[in-house]
Design a protein around this ligand. Sequence first.
Ligand SMILES: NC(=O)c1ccc[n+]([C@@H]2O[C@H](COP(=O)([O-])OP(=O)(O)OC[C@H]3O[C@@H](n4cnc5c(N)ncnc54)[C@H](O)[C@@H]3O)[C@@H](O)[C@H]2O)c1
Length: 692
Amino acid sequence: MVAITEAVSLEKDGEIGMLWIDNPPVNALGHLVRKGLADGMEQAEKDDEIRAVVVICKGRTFCAGADIREFGKPPKAPHLPDVLNRFDQCQKPIIAAIHGTAFGGGLETALSSHFRVAVASARFGLPEVKLGLLPGAGGTQRMPRLIGPEKALAMITSGNPIGADKALEDGLIDEIIDGDLVEGAVGFAKQVLSENRPMVRVRDLSEKIARADAQIFDDFRKQLARCARGFEAPQACVDTVEAAVAKSFEDGLTYERKRFEELMNGSQSAAQRYYFFAERQVARIPDVTKDTVTMDIQKVGIIGAGTMGGGIAMNFANAGIPVTLVEAKQEFLDRGLGVIRKNYDISASRGKISSDDVDKRMELISGTIRMEDLADVDLVIEAVYENINLKKEIFSRLDNICKDGAILATNTSYLDVNEIAAQTARPESVLGLHFFSPANVMRLLEIVRAEKTSIPVLATAMAIAKKIKKIAVVVGVCYGFAGNRMFAQRKRESEKLILEGALPAQVDRVIYDFGFPMGPFALADLIGIDLGWDKDNSNSRTMQEMLCEQGRFGQKNGKGYYNYAEGSRAPGPAPEIDDLIVAFSQKKGYIRREISDEEILQRCIYPIINEGAKILEEKIAVRPSDLDVIWVNGYGWPVYRGGPMFYADLVGLDKVLDVLKKFQAEHGDDFKPAPLLEQLVSEGKNFGSLNA
Ligand SMILES: NC(=O)c1ccc[n+]([C@@H]2O[C@H](COP(=O)([O-])OP(=O)(O)OC[C@H]3O[C@@H](n4cnc5c(N)ncnc54)[C@H](O)[C@@H]3O)[C@@H](O)[C@H]2O)c1
């Protein structure tokens, strides 16, 4: 075995050269691997004894992609496209031997080999699009030649992997190896030599692209405009695959490079790459060390089988953890369990789970109306009405019922977790687990760390969140915690804007065009305008009261800020409400004016950023990127804009500050800049500088 670089070595097995990649943990194609592959291949070519080369990886996987740590740094030669072009040109057959995942540059390496073999568990994918990029080492040109443009488009624009069976069926690989990969790959290489099989250079294949139907490109563009609205990379992927059909291989490669670099230098990919790291960073809490001992959560109790309790119960049942669901009355319990079953049945009817799964999961959820049945659970999550006295009473009862060490959590959205914890003799075991609605769907979980929450309890909550596949963000106690506290800013401003002169449709269009799934008024209709409406004291003081008094509750009864056709969720015009808004605002003394889209955007977004800065100052959140994770996962912030704090850096904090000051002068202290924002601007820093 000869070491070519620290990450690549060449071994000779008779006439077969084994080019081993060993770059833990995932054999990413960093500089030492690229150089090792280039030099190793040159050496193998020069060696007369070697007649074929097997490219194979140590450890748990084939190359799982580019080394993302090198992104944004000056590229260091040899570059992957050049290395792979040399693979193409090699005079000796190259066989890629794949186990684990061949992703991104890893799969492009395999595509530049002359043959591909893989174990049955191997997976193949080009996930670049998920980072706002496209495969930039020939993937968009070779893949359509090998498996046809339609299948290539599906892989490249979705970024989703396929398994070995499908890869074999599609012609992506030549053989599935049963048993040992090294033996199988060497056997395959020997067979290639003995049969004198012609080397297949994917770049020279033309049959599948010659019979491509030109219509598929427009079909993909249209479909992506819907399901990946606002994203640039998927559209660029379609353009480059189309180029594979329309241009020569060389010209296609040049075009791919141009589009790759545009994306790499653009703000969307920067945001998506930033976000990728933000999601990994979020689990790191400065005073929770790796050696913190976590508790084993084997059984969970949930109190309240309403909207949230039912969804939360499903999360645990989905992870195979038994749940005891407590309700106040049998009929509420029956209703709650019925809703859970209905949700599972819908998933089964869509083929997402089997009917067997439905039964298994339902069996894991047992209902009761006796809180005493929670005596043996390891974790309780309370999800009763948002009423501090009710929650306090429940926590003091739980303290007597639950075993020592059991964690007591509340799903409250706004109430003071410290006050709730003080009802117990074990405040160190109390914290908030703030799920988002629908709790079985939304990935975000705010873990609310109260004053006395212990570190092992916090670490256990983080671990259990991971187990139920949530993205957990640790926040501190304050009204609305991080997410809802920031969100309240946009709600307030959007409601002010329609009184000052805008109409719901304009505000919603601006927010939708920014990339949110819907604007604030369409969202209010979806959530229900009557949420938080005090019917008995309603007196036409706000638009909410006006609408509710007229029985306009939103989508649930077909009318709110918009009108909804029978059975439709699409907001339709409601001129009567526009008139009502105009009359109401005039009665309130507003002199309505034309409001620009730019002002709407800034009025809705900049106060979110400002509130984020206050939250950081108060140490309610650990770092700015955690707030971005909250917004992307909990509030529909478009990931291609990174999150509000990343976006603020992109706009420039000095500009954000100037605009806030201008708004403060015009509209008052809702816009008073956070001291942290002022400080960062005066020091010439940005939020990114706080992302340790
Ligand atoms: N709905 C949301 O979008 C949302 C999101 C995040 C957090 N939350 C919070 O979650 C909690 C629950 O909200 P929800 O929307 O699920 O309310 P909900 O009204 O749908 O459900 C509350 C359930 O608690 C039950 N309950 C009341 N008192 C009880 C008792 N003593 N013992 C057992 N069960 C009792 C009720 O019968 C009801 O089924 C609230 O604190 C709320 O702020 C709600």
